[in-house]
Design a protein around this ligand. Sequence first.
Ligand code: PMP
Length: 357
Amino acid sequence: TIMQLHNFNSGPSILPQEVLEQAAAAIHNFNNTGLSILEIGHRSSHFVEVVTEAQTIVKRLMGLDDAYEVLFLQGGATMQFMQVPMNLLDENGLAAICDNGVWGNKAVKEAGLFGPVKVVSDTADKKHTYINKVLDIPSNATYLHITTNNTVEGTQWHSYPQTSALLIGDMSSDIFCRPTNFKQFDLIYAGAQKNMGAAGVTMVVVKKEILGKIDRKIPAILDYRKHIEAGSLLNTPPVFSIYVSLLTLRWIEAQGGLAAMEKLNLAKANLLYNTIDSSTAFHCPIAKEDRSIMNAVFFLTDTSKEEAFLALCKKEGMIGVKGYRTVGGIRVSMYNALPYSSVEAFCDLMKSFAEKI
Ligand code: PMP
């Protein structure tokens, strides 16, 4: 018999079992075409329907109207660190950016290539264990960029800052984890490989009216307007990754949409954080109000026991729980597709480990 695995990977990460089965079937025979999803033309009606349905579901889940466009691009969320300022920022503007960890820091560095940047929050003073919500945003800021969930550090914005500047959100690690007012944002991006599907595609949701305000010459492949004109088919897109996103989007709706995701995610996060907080063997340094419901970062009180705990996790089939290399400790990622029972199994293991030390 194969041991049951519990997949807490931070990304690429767990996907719903049905999605894997449907994706596997489509590799052999896509929609009864007799062809594999890997063999069909990206401009065929079959694939255009895939893109269109995925865009429709995204807008429905987010409650967005035609003021917004949904694009499926390549280059990862990392490309968005430069594509956003390339399309929106010039020397006359100003990018206000929150540096709340590894990923926000990259957004700061890349924006600096295109125009002035002001870091309006830098939480390095407390090792990024909290979110600074009081931001001094200059009145001439073009946009405010936040990382809505700090995947590495384990913090998450639970309500978003108010600003007269455009609001840009890197939602790579918490997209579709709960309902929110997505209309607060002017541009949202997310790598698909956590809550949305397979690696290889990045979703960008952009309010059309914010584009075309600067004079820079933008290469076509990096120009959001060109992708919009081409219906997200400017060049050959990552066909299979987009299809897996469509299957995952359908799955989210079938589960009851974002409200259902939130209910499950809160139950998992509450169980895990309560287990940590009520144990003397573990501790979570993240400010309670800023804790991420997607990625829980915590430590063993006696750090010399960390290796033994990780070895036990490995033995018991708990995958991907070692903290990020610069942070250390334990990181448990609980994306949408992770069942409650996996968090229960992990908490039982924590309790039995704590009893023995
Ligand atoms: N932003 C966030 C919040 C992330 O978690 C990551 C990594 N998964 C990235 C950006 C970079 O994403 P990618 O590897 O898709 O470029």
